[in-house]
Design a protein around this ligand. Structure first.
Ligand code: ZN
Length: 649
C-alpha cells in the first residue's frame, strides 16, 4: 500500500519565530489603511459569488472567510496577513465627487466616472461576468447611466478583459462609445499574450496560486488583490490612442490630463489627472506595495528608472493640487499632504531600487549578492505601501541587473554549466549519494536552513524524480519558506512548489492562453511570428518549403520561406517559384489559429484554397508543435509529454 501523500505541515519553530519577529518590526498599530480601504463604501453584495452563464463560479470571496481574525496564524507572515485582510474589502466605493470604484470583484479595480450625460469606465476588470456584476451594483445605487467611454489604463488583461461585460461592440463601431488607451496598447496586448503565452500561463500559476487551496496553509492573496477572476476574457480594440507625453481631453464634460508612462509597470500605460475633481489616477504605477520590475510569471524586465521618473513628473505636475490619489488596484489616499507623501515615497522606492542595484553592480557584485544585501532605507522600511507584497526587493534587484547586463554573471564557470538533470546527478554523486544528501538535509531542516535544504533536495529530485523522501523533504522546506514570505507571490510560488513535489504535476487545467478577441486582433506579421515559434526545428531538418499566402479580403500577401529549420516571411511579396499558394480570408485564419478548424478540413470545406503542391503545405503544418500547458517545473521535463507536431493542426 502506498503511503498517503502528506498535506501541508504546520509552521516550524523557526518559521513561527520569524513571523513573530515581524510583529515587532512593523507598525501594526497604524490603522490608516484599514480606514482608507473602507472609506466611501456605499454598498457591498451580501455574498460575493459571481457565476457565468453555465452556472460556474468565476469569482467568490467565500473561500477567504478564514481571514476574519486580526491575528495571523504561525503559517502566514503577519505583514502579508494584514494586506490579505485589507484586500477583502469589496463593493462600490465613492472616491470623490463623481468618481466611484468597484473593488474586490477581481484582482483589479473598475473605476467609474460620472460625466455630464453618462458614465466613463476605467478598466473593466478581467472578465465580462465580474465587470457586469460590478456595473450592476453601481447602477442599483447610482442609477442607470449610459456608458459613453471606456479607458484602458494599460495593456494587462486584468484591465481590459471584461470590456464586453459593460459595452456592446456595436455601440463602439457606431461611435456611441469611445475606447481610449495609451499608445501601442494593441501591439503590447497581443505580443505579450501570444509569443510567450503558454509558458507565462503555466508560470503564472506559481505567481497567483489559482491551483492552491485557499487557507492559512495555502493561498491567502496575490498582493494586488485576492485572485484573478475566471470568467470570459474579451477585448475591444481602442478607438482613441493617447500618443503625446501629455494630452488633455474633455470626455463627457470631465477634463482628463493623460500622462503617458511607457516601459513602467506595463510597456503601454498612462496616468490620468482630473483637474476639476483634483483626483489623480496612477493606473498601476503607485499601489500599496512594491510592484514588480519583473513578475515571476516571466516578462521582459521593466525600467525602474523610468518608473521613478514618471512618478516624479506626476508629483511635480499634479501633486500641488491633487486631493486624492487612487489606482486600479488597492485603495485611495486622501488629502494633499498624504498624496504627496505617498507619491514621493513610491517614487523613491523605485529610484532607490534602481540606483543601488546599479551601484553595487558597478562595484562588481553579482545579482544574487546584490539581492541578498539590498534592504530598504530605514526611512522607508516601516511604510506599509512600500512593502514587497507583489514584487520583492530581492527579485526586483536581480531584474534591474538583468535589464542592463543580462543573465550572465561574468564568471566563465557559469557560461556553460551542466543543465539541471546532469548537474543534479553529479552533485548527488559528489555528495555521497541521495541518502547522504537527505540525511544532511534533515539536520539543516531542523536548524531552519530551508533555502539550502530546498536547493540540495532539488538536485536529488532532478537526479531521480522518483525519490519520494527527497520530494517530501524538499516540499517541507519550500513550504516553510512560503509560510515566512511577506510577498504573496513568493508564498504562492513556494506553496505550489511544495504541492507539486508532493503530488506531481496536476492534470491539464483547460485554459486557452489566447482569447478569441486577441486572435482577431493579431497582426498578420504576428501570426507568421507565431507560426515560426511552433516549427519543430528537428523535424524541419533538410526541408525547403516556400508558400505564398493571399488574404483575399485584405488585399495583403505574404511569402513564407522554410529553410535551415527556420521560418521567415516577407510582407507584400510573392514568389514565382513557390511550392504552393494559399488563398483565404482573415476570418478563416482566425479559425485556424483558434483551432476551430484544422487546416486540412478548412481546405476540404473551401475556407482555404490551395493551388500548386498542396502536399507541401500539409507538410509545413505537420511541422508545427502544440504546447501542453502543464509542463514540469520542479522536476525533469518528461520528454514523452512534449507535444509532437500534429499534422493539420
Ligand atoms: Zn493590474
Amino acid at each position: 500500500m502506498a503511503a498517503p501523500i502528506p498535506g501541508p505541515q504546520d509552521a516550524s519553530p523557526t518559521t513561527a519565530a520569524l513571523n513573530r519577529a515581524v510583529l515587532d518590526a512593523l507598525p501594526f498599530g497604524d490603522k490608516q489603511d484599514f480606514e482608507d480601504a473602507r472609506q466611501g463604501l456605499l454598498a457591498a453584495l451580501p455574498e460575493v459569488e459571481i457565476k457565468n452563464a453555465q452556472g460556474r463560479v468565476v469569482w467568490t470571496l467565500r473561500d477567504y472567510a478564514f481571514l476574519v481574525g486580526e491575528h495571523a496564524p504561525a503559517t502566514v507572515n503577519p505583514s502579508l496577513w494584514r494586506l490579505a485582510r485589507l484586500n477583502l474589502n469589496h463593493g462600490l466605493f465613492r472616491v470623490t465627487d463623481r468618481i466611484y470604484q468597484i473593488r474586490g470583484f477581481d484582482v483589479s479595480n473598475m473605476t467609474l466616472i460620472e460625466g455630464d450625460h453618462g458614465l466613463i469606465v476605467v478598466d473593466p476588470l478581467m472578465s465580462t461576468e465580474v465587470a457586469r456584476a460590478g456595473l450592476e451594483l453601481y447602477t442599483q445605487h447610482r442609477g442607470r447611466r449610459p456608458i459613453v467611454a471606456v479607458i484602458y489604463s494599460h495593456s494587462h488583461v486584468d484591465h481590459y478583459g471584461g470590456v464586453r461585460g459593460v459595452v456592446d461592440e456595436s455601440d463602439v463601431s457606431a461611435g456611441r462609445v469611445e475606447i481610449w488607451a495609451p499608445d501601442r496598447f494593441m501591439q503590447e496586448v497581443v505580443s505579450e499574450n501570444v509569443i510567450a503565452g503558454t509558458a507565462m500561463v503555466r508560470r503564472a500559476q506559481f505567481q497567483f496560486g489559482p491551483t492552491l487551496p485557499k487557507g492559512p496553509r495555502g493561498q491567502v492573496d496575490t498582493g494586488l488583490g485576492k485572485a484573478t477572476s475566471r470568467g470570459t476574457v474579451t477585448l475591444i480594440p481602442p478607438t482613441r490612442l493617447v500618443k503625446e507625453p501629455l494630452e488633455t481631453h474633455r470626455i463627457d464634460g470631465i477634463e482628463i490630463v493623460f500622462q503617458l508612462t511607457p516601459e513602467t509597470e506595463a510597456p503601454a500605460e498612462m496616468h490620468m489627472y482630473h483637474p476639476g475633481l483634483k483626483a489623480l489616477n496612477l493606473a498601476e504605477n503607485a499601489t500599496h506595495n512594491l510592484h514588480n520590475i519583473y513578475p515571476i510569471r516571466g516578462a521582459q524586465a521593466r525600467d525602474a528608472n523610468a518608473w521613478a521618473k514618471y512618478l516624479n513628473e506626476a508629483l511635480d505636475r499634479f501633486g500641488r493640487e491633487a486631493d486624492v490619489a487612487f489606482a486600479q488596484h488597492h485603495w485611495p489616499v486622501w488629502g494633499n499632504t498624504r498624496v504627496r507623501d505617498f507619491l514621493g515615497k513610491q517614487r523613491d522606492l523605485y529610484k532607490y531600487l534602481h540606483d543601488q542595484t546599479v551601484r553595487l553592480m558597478n562595484h562588481g557584485y553579482k545579482a544574487a549578492e546584490i539581492a541578498e544585501r539590498l534592504t530598504l532605507p530605514k526611512s522607508l522600511g516601516a511604510t506599509w505601501h512600500v512593502r514587497g507584497y507583489y514584487g520583492t526587493l530581492s527579485h526586483n534587484a536581480k531584474s534591474v541587473y538583468q535589464r542592463y547586463i543580462g543573465w550572465y554573471d561574468a564568471n566563465p564557470t557559469n557560461l556553460n554549466p551542466l543543465p539541471p538533470v546532469e548537474r543534479g546527478r553529479k552533485y548527488v554523486e559528489y555528495m555521497g549519494g541521495a541518502d547522504a544528501v537527505i540525511r544532511r538535509a534533515r539536520e539543516d531542516f531542523a536548524r531552519g536552513e530551508y533555502r539550502f535544504v530546498a536547493e540540495a533536495l532539488s538536485h536529488v529530485v532532478f537526479a531521480d524524480p522518483a525519490n519520494t523522501e527527497a520530494r517530501r523533504l524538499g516540499a517541507d522546506a519550500l513550504e516553510q519558506l512560503g509560510y515566512a514570505a511577506e510577498s504573496a507571490t513568493w508564498r504562492n510560488a513556494y506553496l505550489l512548489g511544495a504541492l507539486e513535489l508532493r503530488q506531481g504535476v496536476p492534470a491539464t487545467i483547460a485554459r486557452a492562453p489566447v482569447s478569441p478577441d486577441v486572435v482577431r486582433a493579431m497582426s498578420l506579421d504576428l501570426f507568421f511570428d507565431y507560426l515560426g515559434i511552433r516549427i519543430n526545428g528537428e523535424k524541419a531538418e533538410g526541408l525547403r518549403i516556400v508558400v505564398n499566402w493571399e488574404f483575399s479580403d485584405l488585399d495583403r500577401r505574404y511569402v513564407v520561406n522554410l529553410e535551415n529549420s527556420a521560418l521567415t516571411y516577407l510582407a507584400d511579396r510573392r514568389s514565382d517559384s513557390a511550392d504552393a499558394t494559399v488563398t483565404l480570408e482573415r476570418a478563416a485564419l482566425n479559425r485556424l489559429v483558434l483551432r476551430e478548424v484544422a487546416f486540412t478540413d478548412a481546405v476540404e470545406r473551401g475556407l482555404v484554397r490551395v493551388e500548386g503542391n498542396a502536399a507541401k503545405v500539409a507538410e509545413l503544418f505537420g511541422l508545427l508543435d502544440d504546447f501542453a500547458l502543464m509542463f514540469e517545473v520542479l522536476e525533469p521535463r518528461r520528454e514523452s509529454r512534449a507535444a509532437p507536431g500534429r499534422p493539420g493542426s
